[in-house]
Each structure stands twice: as structure tokens, then as C-alpha cells.
Design a protein around this ligand. Structure first.
Ligand SMILES: Cc1cc2nc3c(=O)[nH]c(=O)nc-3n(C[C@H](O)[C@H](O)[C@H](O)COP(=O)(O)O)c2cc1C
Length: 327
């Protein structure tokens, strides 16, 4: 194959936009350049308060990159990936066609899972995640160059919960942070942001883990949110921009692996967003590397997916200088 074409670009981008992003901000764009597919950070969609350093944009674009890779592989042309090929540019990854070959079964399975994955913020059932599924999740992170720890037992989970709750309290006291988050929560149909239907029950003071104020429904009085969810912390050895893109790809592979195992998932990032909490979390894990995101996993009633913008809004012409309409 000489190069990717317009059809490959659309196929890759259609899969990529299903990736998760902080508050569903969808900070990505895609273009075809000399037979390669480029995934770019859309810095106009970077959250000024919550994400001034661009960590969340890179996690989201990394996850989008993983989906694009899967779509191309499932279509018979796996890509070689150059992460952040030019320092300082908005290009997150450049995908170059590799040798054509039939997709493997795992690639086909993971590709099919893209359309079924979404954040489920509802309480999970008490059923434990089986050992086999745990092993597959750890393997998924490792295969993408990240590390992941599963918090086993109430002591580890309780320690994480304390760090996450204290980070959440810090963010709740930040009016600019709250105002920015609220601007992404929608009661009506919107192509980005989090619809209230995708939120979990309103947080109660005794809840173990912090909950974003996305939802509106209160749950029955006196009922615990959930007994003991499985929480995973995914991280990388270093914390350069390229590491965060690697973390995003690993996150997506873990989430799709979970989806294939019948598991629901959601993400928790308050303890990553507050530097002191992130450091405390790293020390509690006895890790030298950097935690990049926490994932909550379990079995539960179905939740509601969040919308995406149209493909044509995120595709750039190679020569476009002013890429996108204002939000
Ligand atoms: C970097 C990052 C941080 C996130 N943090 C949280 C979080 O703290 N709480 C939460 O409920 N969802 C979190 N999410 C999930 C997004 O809200 C979610 O992906 C987005 O709303 C799109 O919905 P979907 O995952 O259902 O496709 C995060 C996602 C990313 C990529």
C-alpha cells in the first residue's frame, strides 16, 4: 500500500471520536498528510482551568489514537505510530501504513468493543471481577507500555478513596474550576459535554469515591453507593507529553478489554488533577512512575452513552490554517 486515503481517514476518525475525554470536550482533529493520518490536539478545546498543562488533552488524544490504530488494523492495514513526531507541534500521533495483513481475533474483538464502551457512573453490583479478567486488564496496560495497579482489599481502596475525596474537596473550593465543569454539563441535546442522563446519582457525604456532579437523581436514603468497586490506577514511568499519549492509548485498550469482558467502567481523575494528591497517590502505590488516571470497574445496570460531534467537524483539510468553527 502506498498510503492511507480519504476513506481510511474517515474510518480511523470515526473510531477515534468514540474515545473518552475530560467532560466530553473531544479535543481532537484528524487529517491526511502525504498518505499518513495525523491525530492533532485541538487546543481550542483544552480546558483552561482543569487542564492548563494539556495532560487531559493528551490522554484523550492518546485514547483516540488507539481507536484509530484498531480501526485501521481491523481493516487490514495496521499502522506504525510515531507519537508526538515533532516537539511543540499539535500533532499527537502520525500513523503510517504498515504491511497489509488480516486482522487478528483480538484486534477484531477490541475494534467491535469501541461502539459498546461508555462511562457508566451508576453503582456497580457486589460481584467481584474474576481473576482472568483482572489478568487481561493488566496485560492490556502492559502491552501499551503503561503500568497498572489493581487496588485489592478495603485498605488499599480506602487509602485511594481518602486521597480522591480530599482532591475533590480542593477542586470543589475552586470556583473557576466548578464554573468550567458546569459549562460542560447539559440537560438538553448537545454534541459535546456530559448529558445529565450520563451522570451517576448525586454524591452523598458517606460515599466512598468522589462523583462528578453530572447527574441529577438522588438515590434511596440509607443506601450505600456500592460495596467494593475494583479500582485500577494506570500510570507511566515518566511524565513527559509523550508518556501521557502512551497512557491514553493504554487507557483505551484497558477500557475496551473491560468492555469485552462484560465489565462497566468509569474514570476518576480528581486525584490526578491536584498535584499534591497525585504525589500522595504515587507514594501510596510505592511507584517511581506517575499515575495518569484511575479507572473504576465492575458489573452493573446499563448507563447512558454521551454524544459525539459529527465527523466532518473534526476532519481537517491538509492546508487548513483556521481549522474549526468556534464552539
Ligand atoms: C483525562 C480524563 C479524565 C476523566 N475524568 C473523569 C472523572 O473524573 N469522572 C468521570 O465521571 N469521568 C471522567 N472521564 C470520562 C469522561 O467524562 C467521558 O469519557 C466523557 O464524558 C465521554 O463519555 P464516554 O466515556 O461515555 O464516551 C475522564 C476522561 C478523561 C479522558
Amino acid at each position: 500500500m502506498t498510503g492511507f486515503d480519504e476513506q481510511d481517514l474517515r474510518l480511523a476518525a470515526a473510531a477515534a471520536i468514540r474515545a473518552p475525554s475530560l467532560h466530553n470536550s473531544q479535543p481532537w482533529q484528524f487529517r491526511l498528510v502525504d498518505g499518513t493520518i495525523e491525530i492533532l490536539a485541538d487546543t481550542q478545546r483544552q480546558l483552561a482551568v482543569a487542564d492548563s498543562g494539556g495532560w487531559a488533552v493528551r490522554i484523550a488524544c492518546g485514547a483516540a489514537t488507539y481507536n484509530a490504530r484498531l480501526a485501521l488494523a481491523a481493516n487490514g492495514t495496521p499502522a506504525t505510530v510515531a507519537v508526538r513526531p515533532e516537539r511543540g507541534s499539535d500533532v499527537i500521533a502520525r500513523l503510517t501504513p504498515g504491511v497489509a495483513r488480516p486482522p487478528t481475533y483480538p484486534e477484531q474483538d477490541l475494534f467491535r468493543a469501541i461502539g459498546h464502551r461508555y462511562s457508566n457512573r451508576r453503582p456497580f453490583w457486589p460481584d467481584p471481577v474474576p481473576t482472568e479478567a483482572r489478568a487481561a486488564l493488566l496485560e492490556a496496560a502492559r502491552e501499551e507500555g503503561a503500568w497498572m495497579d489493581l487496588l485489592v482489599g478495603m485498605t488499599a481502596l480506602g487509602g485511594f478513596a481518602q486521597i480522591a475525596q480530599s482532591a475533590d474537596r480542593v477542586l470543589r473550593r475552586d470556583f473557576a474550576y466548578q464554573a468550567e465543569m458546569n459549562s460542560w454539563i447539559h440537560a438538553d441535546a448537545s454534541a459535546d459535554g456530559v448529558p445529565v442522563t450520563a451522570g451517576g446519582p448525586v454524591a452523598e457525604p458517606d460515599d466512598l469515591l468522589p462523583q462528578r456532579p453530572y447527574g441529577m437523581h438522588r438515590r434511596g436514603a440509607g443506601r450505600d453507593f456500592e460495596p467494593e468497586p475494583l479500582v485500577a490506577i494506570l500510570g507511566t514511568e515518566a511524565d513527559h507529553p509523550a508518556d501521557q499519549i502512551v497512557a491514553g492509548q493504554a487507557l483505551q485498550r484497558v477500557l475496551l478489554t473491560a468492555t469485552n469482558a462484560g465489565l462497566a467502567s468509569s474514570m476518576i481523575s480528581q486525584p490526578i488533577e491536584v498535584p499534591a494528591a497525585r504525589d500522595q497517590l504515587r507514594r501510596s502505590l510505592r511507584r517511581h512512575g506517575t499515575p495518569q488516571i484511575a479507572i473504576r470497574l465492575g458489573y452493573g445496570d446499563p448507563g447512558k452513552p454521551s454524544p459525539r460531534r459529527d465527523l466532518d467537524e473534526v476532519l481537517l483539510r491538509p492546508s487548513a490554517e483556521h481549522p474549526r468553527p468556534a464552539r
